[in-house]
Design a protein around this ligand. Structure first.
Ligand SMILES: Cc1cc2nc3c(=O)[nH]c(=O)nc-3n(C[C@H](O)[C@H](O)[C@H](O)COP(=O)(O)OP(=O)(O)OC[C@H]3O[C@@H](n4cnc5c(N)ncnc54)[C@H](O)[C@@H]3O)c2cc1C
Length: 455
């Protein structure tokens, strides 16, 4: 026999848990007793929140500090994504999240770069707090339960699962993206969405490392390039990101790489040879750098160029070679710079010919980092693509095609930057979906719906 719930949520990750909490909060505001309204949360894993538990390297960068508009600008470079997320980011803010966690004993604090973490730096504490909230909210949590087929007929949704059949009046899809499949996100939601007639933008990697065709030389593995500009360039097209780049045994990773990976993957799809470069002096134009080199050569003619490079600042501020604040060009990189610029290892500034100086400058502004082989989809902290945003109402997260169906979290076609933006998006869209599904089922808006018990 099928188990009947008023509201069924498929997926017990960040967005699904908040959808359940948002729904109960709304119902309690409307004075609807918990036993008069069943909320069922289905999760295929034995426990909710597998991805949350590994987030931020186990420390869980839950959100980012600042006002919601600022978060959207910093965290989402795509205008359409920002427009879509705006309403939920303002409806359930980073402060709402932090006060909710605080009420369950998890204090949070922002780091100087704006990333917000639990003070304990334990993702497990965040997860425990959410589990306690779900219990207090009287959510019927059914785990080890994988939804396999979904349909809607005569105002009712039916979900077939590994633990039997469920029926409900409203359904929230919160099954996440497609990366880190071992956490349970194998893309089931995309098939469900298509079945309901939704358009799905093909998943693609985001916040992922890059594998290069030739593995980096052993001497460079582990080398970190601070605050450089990483760019991919094919004919006249160029995409770039400023930040740290780390050289690995397979290619590249680090904040600039992860952030640019979505565009690198697109480039690699469109062009056979997408070449990666870093600019070691991003604050200087080539002309400024040439002038600085000339000045330096005049004063330090007998200095070997390689000695200069070994103590030269990386990414110095415009107009100088001052070492602030990122240290020097890594020593391991210097022989490679000399080789790429075709300079003799012991050449001195006074011996450099004009074309050699030009060649050195070109290499520093365009140091080759290899050709892209792949950007592994499964290794991304998130995946781009998913349900087309235009088919979901951004104010309610309700499908524009199927009344009573709500979609939230990474299953939607957005992907944020590193910094707590993706979890905030999952929390905010989840809360919005839960709240609106509950309001719909409770028979429309209630005058008290603005105030909140949980917040
Ligand atoms: C290694 C790593 C580190 C990260 N660190 C951060 C960070 O520090 N800060 C940040 O903001 N973001 C981080 N992210 C991204 C963030 O974790 C996700 O964007 C966020 O968890 C997405 O939430 P979601 O609810 O949409 O999906 P998920 O959290 O993935 O939840 C989806 C749930 O649905 C379940 N499910 C799937 N299919 C079915 C089915 N058929 N039936 C039943 N259940 C199903 C899954 O098991 C899963 O539990 C990180 C991601 C990774 C992989």
């Amino acid at each position: 026999m099928a188990l009947k719930g008023d509201l069924l949520i498929v997926g017990g990750g960040a967005s699904g848990m908040l959808a359940a909490l948002g729904a109960r909060d709304t119902l309690r505001n409307l004075h609807i007793p918990d036993d008069a309204f069943t909320i069922i949360l289905l999760e295929r894993n034995a426990r909710q929140g597998a991805k949350l538990r590994i987030s931020g390297g186990g420390k869980c960068n839950v959100t980012h500090e600042g006002e919601s508009g600022e978060l959207l600008l910093k965290g989402f470079f795509d205008k359409a994504e920002r427009r879509f997320l705006k309403h939920s980011f303002f409806s359930f803010t980073n402060s709402d999240l932090c006060s909710l966690l605080d009420r369950y004993g998890v204090k949070t604090a922002a780091r100087p770069d704006g990333k917000v973490f639990p003070v304990s730096e334990r993702a497990a504490d965040v997860l425990k707090a959410f589990e306690a909230m779900l219990l207090d909210a009287g959510i019927n949590m059914i785990s080890s339960c994988r939804a396999s087929a979904l349909k809607r007929d005569s105002e009712q949704f039916t979900v077939d699962s590994s633990r039997g059949q469920f029926n409900s009046s409203a359904l929230i899809l919160a099954v996440g993206g497609v990366s880190y499949a071992t956490t349970g996100t194998t893309g089931d939601g995309l098939a469900f969405a298509r079945k309901f007639g939704h358009s799905v933008i093909d998943p693609s990697p985001a916040l992922a490392p890059v594998v290069t065709k030739k593995v980096p030389p052993a001497d460079l593995v582990g080398v970190s390039l601070r605050s450089v500009t990483l760019f991919v360039s094919v004919s006249h097209e160029r995409v770039e990101r400023r930040g740290d780049v780390l050289i690995t045994h397979r290619g590249l990773t680090g904040p600039a790489v992860l952030s640019l990976s979505r565009q690198i993957a697109k480039f690699a799809l469109q062009h056979r040879a997408a070449e990666l470069y870093v600019d070691l002096f991003p604050a200087h134009t080539s002309t400024e750098l040439q002038e600085l080199f000339l000045q330096h050569a005049r004063k330090n003619g007998t200095q070997m160029v390689r000695k200069f490079l070994q103590s030269a600042p990386i990414a110095p501020p415009s107009g100088s070679f001052a070492i602030f604040p990122y240290g020097t060009i890594p020593t391991a990189l210097v022989p490679f710079i000399m080789r790429h610029a075709a300079l003799e290892p012991d050449v001195r500034w006074s011996e450099l010919k004009k074309d050699e100086r030009k060649s050195l400058l070109d290499v520093l502004k365009r140091f080759p980092m290899g050709t892209v082989k792949s950007v592994p989809l499964d290794e991304g902290e998130v995946s781009a693509g998913g349900i087309a945003l235009k088919e979901v109402n951004p104010k309610t997260m309700e499908s524009r095609l199927v009344p009573g169906l709500y979609c939230c979290g990474e299953l939607l076609d957005y992907a944020g930057e590193i910094g707590g933006f993706n979890l905030q998006a999952a929390f905010s869209t989840g809360w919005t979906a839960g709240r609106n599904a509950a309001e719909r089922l409770a028979g429309g808006k209630h005058p008290n719906a603005g105030s909140s018990h949980l917040r």
